[in-house]
Design a binder for this molecule. Structure first.
Ligand SMILES: Nc1ncnc2c1ncn2[C@@H]1O[C@H](COP(=O)(O)OP(=O)(O)OP(=O)(O)O)[C@@H](O)[C@H]1O
Ligand SMILES: [Mg+2]
Length: 392
């Protein structure tokens, strides 16, 4: 898949930007704070309706503007698709696909596929469970866009259920609110099971790819492995892994839907009194975590800075492999935001050789020389939210 053309209007610091991309590597060079990341963020937003830097969309709209527009022409297998996204501070956001308006924003998912790697991705390895859930969930949706609906339905059910638990706690428990709770439980189980299963099946496919990518990028025999720490398991996995020996932990390894649902249901029953006491749902995919192991030790607590970088990069390159395998659209657009400056020369060269065969790659860098010459990049200069092509 290739992005051919991008128009931005009032997107972050880009008031009016037009870019004609090339196949192969496109390098966006410019000093700090000029709008390089903003540009690739726009491309990634079209693919995921999410940003690697912010949770909401308001920061994406230029500070003094009411509305931002992202318009792109993407092509795969000789077929062009025109995508139009309007983000507004006060009106409803809109999506237009091939000139026909769509009723739901998420209809845009699936038309562009991107894998972005940025310094923030170190958080997947080093920080909170939410970062790891976001990583796996974004990939679930990229591989199967219908899951966007399942996640948003689950969020809604969870919110309603939490509200009910909270009011049951405040007004003491009454029989009628408990029977409403049973109805919510059924939806929570149905949707939540689909999420846990999708994550688990994806992990099983991802793990061997992460191993290959890690060993290639780090040129080391270290062994990454990924496990699911789940609130569905009754053994009461401690919330902080570093307090326990890893061998004592039980991970969720069986992702057969019936099994997962049964575990989920059992745990919900078990925790009902505690949930009523706390006024909060205590079990489900929103409380699960991925444990990223390196040589059987949790990378979160043990990996060095360089190892954590290699791990994060390996996760993203593995994601690229899976999208490649599943997609009818060819390779996802690979985005490397500010990555080369962080790597030593040998890792730079190894990364370059791993991305060279990707149909299209977008790279940002403050210093063009940090990017290996073998990538044969088309060079663009970015300054004050303006993009100009320099040379091939
Ligand atoms: N909503 C917005 N409205 C106006 N300007 C914005 C908005 N959001 C971000 N900016 C501005 O965009 C600039 C940052 O752009 P960006 O993050 O793309 O920089 P960069 O070129 O990637 O720099 P670096 O090399 O430091 O990563 C900042 O000056 C910031 O103030
Ligand atoms: Mg940047």
């Amino acid at each position: 898949m290739i992005i051919k053309h991008l128009t931005l209007a009032n997107f972050r610091n880009h008031q009016e930007t037009e870019v004609e991309f090339e196949t192969g590597v496109n390098l966006f060079q410019g000093q700090n704070g000029q709008g390089k990341t903003n540009l690739v963020e726009a491309v990634h937003y079209l693919a995921t309706l999410g940003s690697h830097r912010t949770a909401g969309y308001i920061p994406l709209i230029k500070a003094d503007s009411e509305q931002a527009i992202v318009r792109a022409k993407v092509t795969h297998g000789g077929r062009d698709v025109l995508l139009d996204l309007e983000l507004s501070k006060s009106a409803k956001n809109r999506v237009v696909i091939n000139k026909s308006p769509s009723s739901r924003l998420r209809d845009i998912l699936g038309y562009v596929q991107t894998v972005i790697f940025a310094p923030e991705d170190l958080d997947i390895v080093k920080k909170d469970p939410g970062n790891r859930r976001a990583f796996i969930d974004e990939l679930v949706v990229q591989l199967a866009p219908r899951f966007a609906g399942i996640y948003s339905d689950y969020e809604r059910v969870l919110k309603q259920r939490n509200a009910l638990l909270k009011s049951a706690r405040n007004n003491k428990v009454s029989g009628s609110s408990l029977s409403t709770l049973d109805a919510w439980d059924d939806q929570l189980l149905t949707l939540g099971t689909q999420i846990v299963v999708a994550r688990g099946e994806l992990l099983n496919r991802l793990e061997p790819e992460v191993l290959t990518s890690y060993q290639q990028i780090a040129a080391a025999k270290n062994e990454p492995a990924i496990k699911m720490k789940s609130s569905l398991l009754a053994s009461g996995v401690p919330s902080y892994l570093d307090e326990e020996e890893i061998e004592d932990l039980e991970f969720l390894t069986d992702f057969a839907p019936d099994f997962v649902r049964a575990k989920f249901e059992e745990r919900l029953k078990q925790l009902r009194p505690k949930e009523l006491e706390r006024g909060l749902t205590l079990v489900g995919p929103q409380r699960d975590d991925l444990v990223l192991l390196l040589n059987q030790m949790p990378a979160k607590n043990y990996a060095s800075h360089g190892e954590s970088w290699s791990y994060a990069l390996a996760l993203k390159l593995a994601a690229r492999q899976l999208i490649r395998q599943d997609s009818n659209f060819g390779d996802p657009i690979l985005i490397l935001d500010d990555v080369f400056a962080e790597l030593d020369v040998s890792r730079r060269n190894r990364l370059a050789s791993m991305v060279l065969d990707n149909e299209q790659v977008l790279i940002t860098a403050a210093v063009a020389e940090d990017v290996p010459l073998e990538l044969n990049a088309t060079l663009f200069h970015v300054e004050h939210g303006k993009v100009s092509r320099v040379q091939k």
